[in-house]
Unconditional design. Structure first.
Length: 181
């Protein structure tokens, strides 16, 4: 079975605007700025044997203000500029009651099936509590980047930035006993 590092898209792999304490997903290619500084870090994870899988809630698809075609173009750019193996999208609104909108773990279970993953030895990286909760449900270890969105629910570790998160993940991967207790 293979291992994955799941990474939240907005705010980690691409920049977001913040309005009234909320992150606003980019809706046009002009607004879609990839965090290219993440590329060498993701390559380190790949070298350690991880598949790199971006995950994202995009309720604008269901609500009608995000076009599928534009989103696909954004993700083509994302995959050109970063070493990603997959981008998994929840297109639903909260009212759709789907199983894949984070904090639910549906995207992680979908990836397990698609990529034959060992979720217990896989990791979730994000700046938001919703991903930590999905990780808990799926049995993955969560590593959060400190942010106003990390909340106070369960998370395994919080670090100040992505380089420290990746260094810690590789440390845990090489020394799984560090996680016990
Ligand atoms: Zn969904």
């Amino acid at each position: 079975m293979r291992l994955a590092a799941f990474i939240e898209r907005d705010g980690v792999l691409n920049r977001v605007r913040v309005e009234r304490q909320h992150q606003v997903s980019p809706l046009s290619l002009d607004d879609f700025h990839v965090n290219t500084g993440a590329a060498p870090l993701l390559r380190q994870l790949r070298s350690a044997g991880f598949l790199i899988i971006a995950t994202t809630n995009q309720p604008g698809l269901s609500r009608g203000y995000q076009s599928r075609r534009l989103l696909d173009q954004m993700h083509e750019r994302l995959c050109r500029e970063l070493p990603l193996d997959d981008v998994l999208v929840c297109p639903h609104d909260e009212s759709d009651q789907c199983p894949c909108r984070k904090p639910k773990a549906g995207l992680l279970f979908e990836a397990r099936y698609k990529w034959q993953l060992d979720l217990d030895r896989s990791y979730v990286i994000s700046d938001k509590w919703q991903d930590a909760e999905a990780a808990l449900t799926a049995g993955c270890t969560s590593l959060l980047i400190d942010s106003p969105w990390r909340g106070s629910v369960h998370h395994d570790l919080v670090l100040s930035d992505l380089p420290r998160v990746v260094a810690k993940l590789l440390d845990l991967h090489q020394n799984p006993r560090l996680l016990v207790g």
